[in-house]
Design a binder for this molecule. Sequence first.
Ligand code: ATP
Ligand code: CA
Ligand code: CA
Length: 611
Amino acid sequence: MGICTSKPRPFPEPNLSDECKNAAVSAQDQENAVPAGNNDVNAKSSGNLDEKNRNEEKSGGGKKSPFFPFYSPSPAHYLFSKKSPARSPAPGSVTPRRFFKRPFPPPSPAKHIKAVLARRHGSVKPNEAAIPEGKEVSEALSLDKSFGFPKKFYDKYELGEEVGRGHFGYTCRSKFKKGELKGQEVAVKVIPKSKMTTAIAIEDVRKEVKILRALTGHSNLIQFYDAYEDHDNVYIVMELCEGGELLDRILSRGGKYTEEDAKTVMIQILNVVAFCHLQGVVHRDLKPENFLFTSKEENSLLKAIDFGLSDFVKPDERLNDIVGSAYYVAPEVLHRAYSTEADVWSIGVIAYILLCGSRPFWARTESGIFRAVVKAEPTYEEQPWPTLSSEAKDFVKRLLNKDPRKRMTAAQALCHPWIKTSNDVKVPLDILIFKLMRAYMRSSPLRKAALRALSKTLTADELFYLKEQFALLEPNKNGTISLDNVKAALKKNATDAMNESRVYDFLASLNALQYRRMDFEEFCAAALSVYQLEALERWEQHARCAYELFEKDGNRTIMIEELASELGLSPSVPVHAVLHDWIRHTDGKLSFLGFVKLLHGVSSRSLAKVH
Ligand SMILES: Nc1ncnc2c1ncn2[C@@H]1O[C@H](COP(=O)(O)OP(=O)(O)OP(=O)(O)O)[C@@H](O)[C@H]1O
Ligand SMILES: [Ca+2]
Ligand SMILES: [Ca+2]
């Protein structure tokens, strides 16, 4: 694999194909870990970039300068600059002094994760993005680049000025030429087929259209209208946003938002992402460039765009391809086992930036960023953090938890005390509820009793989320829910995407609910996440308190063999040695340690790791 981004590189970079490998592997290496706070130190010395500077930066290179903060280096940039040199400044035409004027430190030389780009789009050399070589030529020639979209784009639309550009496409303001909608403006993302040099690249475009088409009806999601193709391009027709990228607004405010303004942005982002996750769609490229304001108004609606790296994910599936943008990528993506929680991490990075104007994870090279993401804790010590509310800090920390099982979901984040006081919050259904309910239904009576005890220790804040979820599942307000209620609640929120992500199939695992109903008390036991509670500072208190309740109610003498089978230990495991501490020697009942393990529903695999 060769170089696959075409930007001038302000910093030397290691071999590409090794880069992602190294990121995950060398992340284990303590010595190489990037210290947290790098970014802030730089941000401080760099001062603020005002509107004038931003415009200067932009005017040098048409839409964006390669040295523009957060700039996504784009192979497309050079590709297009051949036709339109004014759009792309020559490498080195912007003085390095610019680095010291930025509110943020210099961007990574390649923002998108390079090995993935190489795999998806073939080797791309500077100024030759569209010209594959050798083996790639034959591969590119044999690729089927027909999508089955209607052909006559130009019969219906008139392409106008460019309004934005990314790695894969450029977007133009366009108009309907005739008919009832004549003159009405839309946005058209044009993706050149010459850039689709691998089967994965073609599949990505196919998926982008499929996902946009399937996801309809959310006010914070860009409205898709149609897709066309011809010999040269794919055209994605959608609603036009006139208000620019969230990134530009962040920069125009010198990088910082008040807590109230940050909340307004966060609520919209969380809303649309919770919607996508319920549909079984993971965006995988959430960043301020991929949120657009519909108008220039200060309080205009925010819309999620760019599903070019998105995928369908089944409720119990883990994805493994490394995809995204380096500053926003979640640690578990680098470890190649992730799901929708990875998007929530990216939202945490956006929240951190909105509130303090610096990136939480920063380094001069991409592998450095990856190491920071995996190892380093962001700083909350430097200004302005000490002046921000403790709720705001707690909110960001719970989004940036490195363990995806402990991270809040988007729907939970909307119930967080920092957010929930706002009037605009309507909590959506959370797919996590179904996953937890399934695990609960499959548990033994002993584990159910343990969970019930734990659920009695929940605080008002924690119960708020469960109450909201229960209300969404309980249309008749008779205090209980059935499988039909669950199905109906899903149906109410369904789009075509759910067919692809098989959310309905997943419900089959809740079949036991067909013959009985679940009241709110049991629902709390079924839908609480032990891992998330464990992430709280007061976890020890919760667990001790729950153990006392369990002692009174559910604890009983237990055989080691019974516990082994409860935990799914294989006969080859030396159960007496392993489970010795889990049973109280005085009376043969579960010890506190055993109780906590039982709550987690420990599997034999994780046990094997411990011992
Ligand atoms: N509906 C729209 N209305 C207005 N501008 C848009 C619209 N869609 C996209 N744009 C502009 O075009 C830019 C590029 O679009 P998009 O992010 O979809 O392309 P991309 O090539 O997939 O980007 P990336 O490099 O992030 O993968 C956006 O950042 C935005 O500025
Ligand atoms: Ca984009
Ligand atoms: Ca994209």
